[in-house]
Design a protein around this ligand. Structure first.
Ligand SMILES: Nc1nc(=O)c2c([nH]1)NC[C@@H]1CN(c3ccc(C(=O)N[C@@H](CCC(=O)O)C(=O)O)cc3)CN21
Ligand SMILES: O=c1ccn([C@H]2C[C@H](O)[C@@H](COP(=O)(O)O)O2)c(=O)[nH]1
Length: 304
């Protein structure tokens, strides 16, 4: 019998548990880490959203659509009930409040409510800086122009699919200091096989939270590749993932061990209910996963 493609992910978790070197990290949580790892998923065999725990794929897709829209303020995420980016601006806000002030003890929920209610507050405190969306869609040049890297990718896929330069990158060295977090999934590249008319998507991730982030990152790489293929007239090929600093946070070890006791179930199919005129006009309600029957969620704390 053919091995389930998700086994690659379970093998990675097992490898980290067994061989990962314990390292201190920026967050102070500590990780078990390896350097350099690769996985690939054939999208013809199903949509790679992991089944050995419930993955909140709609949250991931909303994040991808937000990045594709050029967004970099958490307001647009919180409006859609997505909270995965709120920790960083919240921490920045709390750190900036004087000791003893009422705002110093604001909860994250109250912070998010103020982001939603007060535009000026959201402008000031909800902005993550020039992160993914900004670099993907409006990379600033020295002479004051802005480059839409995603539009360039679409143009190459339509007009020069044998190019070896069909890529975009979020790692804008000059602007890293202004970002709440420098990009983790930093490089995306695409490839058309002329024999099969299939589009494959690759991604390089410099730093990978293998328990929380990676499930989202793989689903989103598959999602982006699928909608790009639909928009440019190709069938879907493979996604190819390269991780560099690939780690398991020490407070995710029990969750990873529990996940390893579970058997993968068949991957679902991604159903796209509407094809908009451009890549930038998809809405979350255009998507459904057909046949997603995961094992229960296993919650874990995010390292900030
Ligand atoms: N330490 C760390 N790991 C990450 O994966 C990560 C960051 N930081 N910082 C930036 C973004 C934010 N991302 C996140 C943050 C939180 C979850 C998370 O908590 N996921 C939960 C449930 C989410 C929910 O219900 O809102 C999960 O079980 O997948 C996932 C991705 C990915 N990135
Ligand atoms: O999409 C994402 C975004 C972030 N991560 C993880 C990887 C690291 O654990 C942290 C970032 O910390 P750095 O010190 O900047 O490396 O967030 C992820 O896995 N996926």
């Amino acid at each position: 019998m053919k091995t389930h493609q998700e086994q690659q992910y379970l093998d990675l978790l097992a490898l980290l548990l067994k061989t990962g070197s314990e390292r201190v990290d920026r967050t102070g949580v500590g990780t078990k880490a390896i350097f350099g790892h690769h996985m690939r998923f054939d999208l013809a065999e199903g949509f790679p959203v992991f089944t050995t725990k419930k993955v909140y794929w709609k949250i991931a897709f909303k994040e991808m659509l937000w990045m594709l829209s050029g967004g970099h303020n958490i307001k647009e995420l919180v409006e859609q009930n997505v909270h995965i980016w709120s920790d960083w601006p919240y921490k920045k806000f709390i750190d900036a409040q004087p000791a003893g002030s009422a705002d110093k003890s604001l909860s994250m929920k109250e912070f998010e409510q103020r982001i939603l209610a007060d535009d000026a507050f959201a402008q000031k405190w909800g902005d993550l800086g020039p992160v993914y969306g900004k670099q993907w869609r409006r990379w600033k040049t020295d002479d004051g122009r802005e480059i839409d890297q995603v539009a360039q990718v679409i143009d190459l896929l339509k007009n020069n699919p044998s190019s070896r330069r069909i890529l975009f990158d979020g790692w804008n060295v000059a602007e890293l200091e202004q970002m709440a977090l420098p990009p983790c999934h930093k490089h995306y590249q695409f490839y058309v096989d002329p024999n099969t008319n299939k589009l494959s998507g690759g991604m390089v991730q410099r730093s990978c939270d293998s328990y929380l982030g990676l499930a989202f990152n793989i689903a989103n790489l598959a999602f982006l590749t699928t909608i790009l293929a639909e928009q440019t007239g190709y069938d879907v090929g493979e996604i190819v993932w390269f991780g560099m600093d690939v780690h398991l946070y020490l407070n995710h070890i029990d969750q990873a061990k529990l996940q390893l006791t579970r058997e993968p179930r068949p991957f679902p199919r991604l159903v796209i209910k509407r094809k908009p005129a451009s890549l930038f006009e998809y809405k979350i309600d255009d998507f459904e996963l057909d046949g997603y029957d995961p094992h229960p969620a296993i919650p874990a704390p995010v390292a900030v």
